[in-house]
Every structure is written in structure tokens, then in C-alpha cells.
Write a new protein. Structure first.
Length: 393
């Protein structure tokens, strides 16, 4: 049976620690349904935009948002459904849907189609649901949601009307090679077409097995991403398919984190690092993918930490608004003061504040504390040097 080769490095451990902390905080944050819907909507737009932009899509985020939200399912113009859209790359089209046309979006048909396709991929992943007890350490022994049919459907949705029909969701029948786009240098030669079905079967069998389930879900998602890039099962669209499959693993195994995140944004912000990490893993003669998993877990840790900070800020603002009946503006220093009090049994002393915010004058700290007292967020207890500041009830 397939066995991944990697070592749990200090970097991977640290990253998973950040991921677990962020996941715990986000999933237990007291957000109202309206804001949860907004966070998910934002993550969907970012995933579609950055996930397609990474592969050369020229649409900006605002255009992607309008296309995703304003083009109904199946109601968009394709000049010739028998013609693969990769032959139309140099042509420019304006969507004929009246609502979208009024927004003035003009773009390559292929770019528009790729965005619409990835929207359908995300819907498909969401439709799979999260099996009962499918979380790390409590995965059912009959847990087997990963199949060639699932992988093929993700690819079919990814490449609908972009590749010829006989290539959508179908394993490749030709040998392919990966070359450097700038100089044509051979980077990687995936397995032969004859080896693809066997290698996929072996990998998916491991992914569904009790032995495979002993690995942490984040590690499993990273392995799925890498293996599908390595096997390169389709003629085109392998990158998006691999990232979508990794997302499915996270979602199925309890790491959807309310679907607030988009790891594609991390990849697209520095695509060279992304491709270098994949290339480095492919060049290891012994097949060790530790370096790739360091990169993969780092990306997820960075993205979830960013989401955690946004959720923490919103939760804090909502808590203050709930206490006061209104929103109040607070500075970064004042946020640090309140955060310290929340984790320190609800109080602090002036001495604590000086240690927590060094290089800040006494007058500035006193003004911050007085402002919070005036707004009814903090109150002072005692009049001597032993006095302290506590969160208002």
C-alpha cells in the first residue's frame, strides 16, 4: 500500500499548533449569523479569484465577485460549445447576460468560464457534507468518502467547456511533462498514462484506510495536494483539482473552520514560492515531502491566523457594543489593554500596562485608561498605589 514519506519537523509542529489555536477560537467565536454569512461569502470570492488567478486567469477580484453573484447557473454565453475555449484565449467577449452587461465587464471567455467552473466546484465540495465523527482521533473505520468518482467529478466541474468533453473528468491517455514557462527547462515528468490508474487507486485506498486516518487531517490534506500534483492524472486542470481535493479533505475531516478561509490567497500572493515548494518535493530522490508539508501547513496557519484576528476584532467589537448599546472607537493600545484584562481574570494594574506596552509614556497610558473608563468599558477599583482597573460588568 502507498505510504507517504515525511518527518514531523519543528516547523510543521509549530504550524499545526497555530492552526489548532485559530480553529478553536474561530469555531467558538460568538458571531451573529449575518457576519458568518459575510465571512463565508468573502472566502468563496477569494478562493475563486486567487485559485484561478494562480493559473493565469486575468480577471480581478471585483470582476470575479460580479460574475459569481450576477450570472445565474448555466445562463452565460458560449460562442461554440463544440470548440474548447483554450482556442479562444486571444479573443475578448462581453457577457450577454443583461445584469452583468450593465456592470461593464469585458473579459476573455475562458477566464469567465474558469470562474464559473470553480464556483461549481466549491458548491460540490460543500454538498459532500461532513460525516459524523469525522474529526481527528475519532474517525469512523468505515469512513471512505474519497474515490476516483469524486476526483473525476471535481475535475469535470473544473474543466467544463474549457477542455474537450472527452478530457473532462477523464484520466489522461498521453504522457505529459512539466516545463519552466520562462525557459522551457524540463521540471518534472509525471508517471506514464498506464501507471496513473494504479497509482491513484493505491493512494485513495491509503487515504480511506485506518492507517491513513492515523495521520493528522491537515497532513492528509497536504499529502493529497502533493500526490495529485505528482501523479498528474489529467491532461490539464491538475493544480485546481489538487487544491480542491485538499480542501475537501479538510472540510470532510472537521477542519472547514466555518468555511472562513482561502489558502489559495496565500499561494497566489507569491506563486513562485508555491511552485518552488512543489518542485523541491518532486526533486527529492527518496520521495520525502517534509519540505512541502512545511510549506502547506505554513500557508494554512498564516491564513487561519489572519481569519482569527478578524474574528477576534469583530467578536470584541460586538461584546463592547452589547455592553454599551453602541459601537465605540478604540486604538491598538486600548485593544491590547482589553485583551490583557480578558485573559488576566478581568483586571490589570498600571504597572502591568507599562510592561505590556513598553516605550509608551505614562501620560499616554493614563489617557487610554481614562478614555476606557469614560466610555464605561473599564472601571478603577481603589485609590492607592494598589488600585487596579477591571472590566466593567
Amino acid at each position: 500500500m502507498y505510504q507517504p514519506k515525511y518527518t514531523i519537523t519543528n516547523s510543521i509542529l509549530k504550524n499545526i499548533g497555530f492552526i489548532e489555536a485559530a480553529r478553536e477560537m474561530v469555531e467558538n467565536a460568538p458571531l451573529v449569523p449575518h457576519w458568518e454569512a459575510q465571512f463565508r461569502r468573502d472566502a468563496i470570492i477569494r478562493t475563486i479569484h486567487y485559485g484561478t488567478h494562480l493559473e493565469g486567469n486575468q480577471l480581478n477580484r471585483e470582476q470575479v465577485e460580479k460574475i459569481v453573484e450576477e450570472i445565474p447557473n448555466t445562463e452565460y454565453r458560449i460562442p461554440n460549445k463544440k470548440t474548447p475555449l483554450d482556442e479562444l484565449d486571444d479573443s475578448v467577449f462581453s457577457i450577454q447576460n443583461s445584469e452583468l452587461a450593465s456592470s461593464g465587464i469585458v473579459a476573455r471567455e475562458r477566464d469567465i468560464q474558469e470562474v464559473l467552473n470553480y464556483r461549481e466546484v466549491l458548491k460540490y465540495i460543500d454538498s459532500q457534507g461532513i460525516p459524523v465523527e469525522a474529526v481527528y482521533g475519532r474517525v469512523k473505520t468505515d469512513f471512505a468518502p474519497y474515490s476516483l468518482e469524486t476526483l473525476s467529478e471535481i475535475h469535470r466541474l473544473t474543466t467544463d467547456k474549457v477542455l474537450p468533453e472527452n478530457e473532462q473528468g477523464k484520466l489522461r491517455q498521453v504522457q505529459v511533462v512539466i516545463r519552466n514557462k520562462s525557459n522551457g527547462e524540463l521540471i518534472f515528468r509525471p508517471p506514464s498514462p498506464a501507471a496513473v490508474p494504479l497509482q491513484l487507486e493505491d493512494f485513495l485506498k491509503w487515504l480511506n484506510s485506518p492507517e491513513g486516518q492515523d495521520h493528522h487531517p491537515v497532513i492528509r490534506a497536504g499529502i493529497a495536494h502533493w500526490e495529485l500534483v505528482r501523479i498528474h492524472p489529467f491532461t490539464d486542470g491538475n493544480g485546481r483539482t489538487a487544491r480542491a481535493m485538499a480542501m475537501l479533505v479538510l472540510f470532510q475531516e472537521g477542519y472547514d473552520v466555518k468555511q472562513f478561509f482561502s489558502i489559495e490567497q496565500y499561494y497566489d500572493q507569491n506563486p513562485r514560492d508555491y511552485y518552488d515548494a512543489l518542485q523541491k518535493a518532486g526533486s527529492e530522490k527518496d520521495g520525502d515531502i517534509s519540505a512541502w508539508l512545511e510549506y502547506f501547513t505554513d500557508g494554512l496557519a498564516v491564513e487561519l491566523s489572519r481569519v482569527k484576528e478578524r474574528v477576534m476584532q469583530l467578536s470584541r467589537d460586538l461584546k463592547l457594543k452589547g455592553k454599551l448599546g453602541r459601537q465605540i472607537p478604540i486604538t491598538e493600545r486600548q485593544i491590547k489593554i482589553l485583551e490583557y484584562m480578558e485573559v488576566n481574570n478581568g483586571y490589570l494594574t498600571t504597572k502591568d500596562t507599562f510592561k505590556m506596552i513598553p516605550m509608551t509614556s505614562r501620560d499616554t497610558i493614563v489617557r487610554d485608561l481614562r478614555y476606557l473608563i469614560d466610555k464605561g468599558v473599564v472601571r478603577k477599583v481603589g485609590r492607592t498605589k494598589a488600585s487596579r482597573y477591571v472590566l466593567a460588568e
